[in-house]
Ligand binder design. Structure first.
Ligand SMILES: Cc1cc2nc3c(=O)[nH]c(=O)nc-3n(C[C@H](O)[C@H](O)[C@H](O)COP(=O)(O)OP(=O)(O)OC[C@H]3O[C@@H](n4cnc5c(N)ncnc54)[C@H](O)[C@@H]3O)c2cc1C
Length: 266
């Protein structure tokens, strides 16, 4: 690990001001990605801004049409939340499937979504539910948020403060987990808003995306068999030691079918 200045601000304004003033600062949330990155000397920030003492960044609020989850809310809290289980059970299920107990007790929603790891679980729900990402500066629609591998719409120093997840009529998440890390080799989140179906995919491409061809097929008939006729294009899919692009394309179909079957019984 290279040396850096450590800060523990106590307000959003203080955190963003520190970020703006420093030469090359970075926010620290749960540290599940950032700390290993620093330890391996893959990053050398001048300053690390720890968000753990910033009030108002953690918590879950159930509104009439959405669930608002603060950026610093841990995966374990989402998995155990009665409000989330009641409003969007698929989201509580997804959070409970992330990594292991240690990762779920430290990792945060904001860290996961801001990081945009291609295999992270939450981005599938953000896309599948058509969530709104709230920052210290603006509100960003899910469809405009994930740009590429570890690249999002967040600008330099922009702080993700919360995510608003619309409450679907019913929803389901299915993933094919990497047996070691539990990251999604492919994960599919399907949500039915009563006539309109959204499908978010993670793990397959450089970042999470909407499977619009599957959405169109399910829009005609909400049945797992509808997915069979859809051609899954995989030119831009990831290919690595875990799975080839072609294999991932097959997983998108299989996970989408399972998600729809699960959704129909939800
Ligand atoms: C062994 C292991 C297994 C895992 N398995 C899974 C899995 O199965 N599924 C899965 O989805 N994830 C998995 N993860 C990832 C983990 O769950 C965290 O979501 C992830 O590490 C990022 O969250 P964090 O809170 O730890 O963020 P950090 O590591 O603290 O930060 C990550 C990045 O996000 C930035 N950031 C953090 N918070 C904000 C914010 N509020 N605004 C702007 N930028 C911010 C940081 O500056 C940094 O660049 C695993 C991690 C480990 C170590």
């Amino acid at each position: 690990m290279y040396s850096f200045e450590y800060h523990r601000p106590e307000s959003i304004a203080q955190a963003t001001a520190l970020r703006a003033e420093a030469e090359d600062a970075i926010y620290l949330a749960g540290g599940q990605t950032l700390i290993p990155t620093l330890k391996q000397r893959l990053a050398a920030p001048s300053d690390v801004i720890d968000l753990s003492r910033v009030p108002g960044l953690a918590g879950i609020e159930l509104k009439s049409d959405c669930v608002v989850i603060g950026a610093m809310t841990r995966h374990a809290e989402v998995a155990a939340s009665a409000e989330v289980a009641r409003a969007i059970p698929a989201l509580a299920f997804l959070a409970g499937e992330i990594g292991d107990a240690q990762v779920r007790n430290r990792g945060t929603l904001g860290g996961s979504v801001a990081n945009s790891d291609p295999s992270a679980d939450y981005p599938a729900a953000v896309i599948g539910l058509g969530a709104t990402i709230v920052t210290d500066r603006r509100r960003i629609a899910a469809d405009d948020f994930f740009h590429d591998l570890f690249e999002t719409a967040l600008e330099a120093g922009e702080l993700l403060t919360a995510i608003e997840f619309p409450i679907a009529k019913r929803a389901a998440y299915c993933k094919f987990p990497n047996p070691a890390s539990r990251y999604a080799v492919v994960g599919v989140f399907a949500a039915d808003f009563g006539g309109k179906v959204r499908v978010g995919v993670t793990g397959a491409g450089p970042c999470a995306f909407r499977a619009t061809a599957i959405e169109a097929a399910l829009g005609k008939k909400l049945d797992a068999k509808s997915v069979d006729a859809v051609e899954i294009e995989y030119d831009r899919f990831n290919s690595d030691l875990h799975a080839s692009a072609e294999y991932r394309a097959n997983l998108v179909r299989v996970m989408a079918k399972r998600a729809v079957e699960k959704l129909l019984t939800a």
